[in-house]
Design a protein. Sequence first.
Length: 111
Amino acid sequence: MIYRIAEIADWHAAQLSGEFTGTDLAREGFIHCSTRGQVLWTAQKYFAGKQGLVLLEIDDARIGESVRCEDLAGQGESFPHVYAPIPLATITRHFVLVPDDKGVFSLPPGM
C-alpha cells in the first residue's frame, strides 16, 4: 500500500471523475505519494497545521507500472510516485487527517 495526503476538494473531485489526479500530475508529471512509514514526515513537512485533508490508502499493486519509487530530491530515500491518474477502484480506504492543537499530525486510528 502507498498513501497520498490530499485536500478534501481533490478527493471529492476524484469521486466524481472516477480517478485521482491532484494538482501535481499536471504540474510535475506524477502524483506524490508516501509509504506508511513516510506519511507523518510528509504531513509535517508539507501540510503542517493545514486543515481539510484526507489520507488516501492506495493499492499500488493494482496500479502497476505507473508507480515508481524514486529519490528525485537526492535525500537518500525513495518515495512512490504515480505517473498516471489513480483509478478510484485502487483507493481502498480514506481517513480524515487532522493535526492536533499544536499542529502535529498522527496516523489515523485503524490505519
